[in-house]
Design a protein around this ligand. Structure first.
Ligand SMILES: [Fe+2]
Length: 408
């Protein structure tokens, strides 16, 4: 599988996974040759990168932190919880706890830990996807922070419910009150309080309703609803606030394209001393996968590779499979791909993501610098620093015509 920019999809290419809506209904099936009508539909659904089958790269699969079946169950449950809250102004705690236990067990059984974006999310029913992903991401981050099972469960319940207050706000207000990057509307600012009251009425422990109430607070006191300072914000709220913003930025919304993981990281890093707890952020950066499996990347030695798998806690050093190389600005393809594990090849670094429209999406110097903190290996850190100071990456700021191998 290779992730292809939607604007470069052509007739006959095949999706390697189905596109489903938040209730698990099939929108476009896997393995079916795509036609222009289907591509148009995928664009309308807000998809940006599409995982397609490419000969020779069938062994590359999406990183599944939880199984699709469990993920779909979580989304359906979130939908039901919202519906019930709208109808009765009540939420059912048993149902919520069961769903979180289900996802927690699946996550622990899979043993994969990486905060990785899902290319096949659609812009329909954003909120149910969002609650599910914030719950999963919080679980990953909480585990990395060393929370025991009981605290992890409390964190994941809070994360799953964090925006449940939106159920009591009209859809129109939610869509028009852009609630993450811009100044949220007065009505949107009500949702932490509404969510807290729903939780309290359902009999959840006060740590859950309190943390939910605080998920838009910032450590500098400029958050809402109360403008609390760092010392008064719970650990759970601090964890959820980071993953909440990351997920909202990387999600397709009806009126906005998703940010690339790198761009979302830039955004979050810029707020490291004002909105987010520094220690949590440090662990978060280790867990975010900026180049998900299937991504085409350019290496410092001009090789173009496909990300095959992730090395735990080394987000910038994945395992790759060679694809092509740059020769004087021309792309030359490789007949026999080989594997390159960047963990063991410290002389190589990723200098950019190549999109299949032929442009190199630069991995900005600032972004590499901000991720340096994240790397424990001194030798590797020096190596990257040297690359930055030599400004070797500047020469990659040009467009390269990349011919799609999978096209006839
Ligand atoms: Fe929220």
């Amino acid at each position: 599988m290779i992730r292809i920019d939607i604007n470069r999809l052509s007739d006959g290419q095949k999706l390697n996974s189905p596109v489903l809506d938040s209730r698990g209904r099939l929108l476009i099936g896997e393995g079916i040759p795509l036609n222009s009508q289907m591509v148009k539909h995928l664009k309308e659904l807000g998809l940006q990168f599409i995982p397609i089958e490419v000969s020779g790269y069938e062994d590359i699969n999406q990183l599944e932190v939880i199984s699709r079946k469990v993920e779909m169950f979580m989304k359906k449950e979130a939908n039901e919880i919202f519906k019930a809250a709208r109808k009765t102004a009540m939420i059912n705690p048993e149902r919520i706890i069961n769903a979180v236990d289900y996802v927690m067990n699946d996550m622990l059984a899979k043993g994969k830990t990486g905060i990785v974006v899902d290319d096949l999310r659609t812009n329909k029913d954003f909120i149910f996807d969002h609650l599910t992903r914030v719950c999963i991401y919080s679980g990953i981050l909480g585990t990395a922070l060393g929370l025991n099972d009981l605290r992890l469960r409390t964190l994941m319940i809070t994360a799953y419910l964090h925006d449940v207050g939106l159920a009591l706000i009209d859809d129109e207000d939610i869509l028009s009150g852009s609630y993450v990057t811009d100044k949220p509307s007065y009505k949107i600012q009500e949702h932490p309080k509404l969510g807290r009251d729903l939780c309290a009425r359902a009999g959840f422990p006060s740590i859950i309703s309190r943390s939910l109430y605080q998920h838009h607070e910032r450590i500098d006191g400029k958050g809402y609803p109360r403008g609390l300072l760092e010392k008064d914000i719970t650990l759970y709220a601090k964890i959820i606030s980071v993953v909440n913003v990351y997920d909202a930025l990387t999600s397709p919304l009806p009126k906005r394209k998703p940010y690339l993981p790198n761009e979302a990281l830039e955004f979050i890093m810029a707020l490291s001393n004002s909105a987010f707890d520094k220690d949590i952020l440090k662990v978060f950066l280790k867990k975010v996968v900026p180049y998900p499996p299937g991504t085409l990347v350019l290496l410092s030695d001009n090789q173009i590779c496909v990300v095959k798998d992730c090395n735990n806690d080394l987000p910038l050093r994945p395992i790759l499979k060679t694809y092509a190389y740059l020769d004087g600005g021309q792309v030359k393809y490789i007949d026999n791909p080989s594997t390159v594990d960047l963990k063991n090849n410290l002389n190589l670094t990723i200098v950019g993501q190549v999109d299949s429209a032929g442009k190199i999406i630069d991995y900005e110097t600032s972004s590499i610098s901000s991720n340096l903190e994240n790397i424990d290996d001194e030798e590797l850190k020096n190596d990257i620093t040297k690359k930055i100071s030599n400004k070797k990456i500047v020469r990659f700021k040009r467009s390269v015509k990349l011919i799609d191998k999978s096209k006839p």
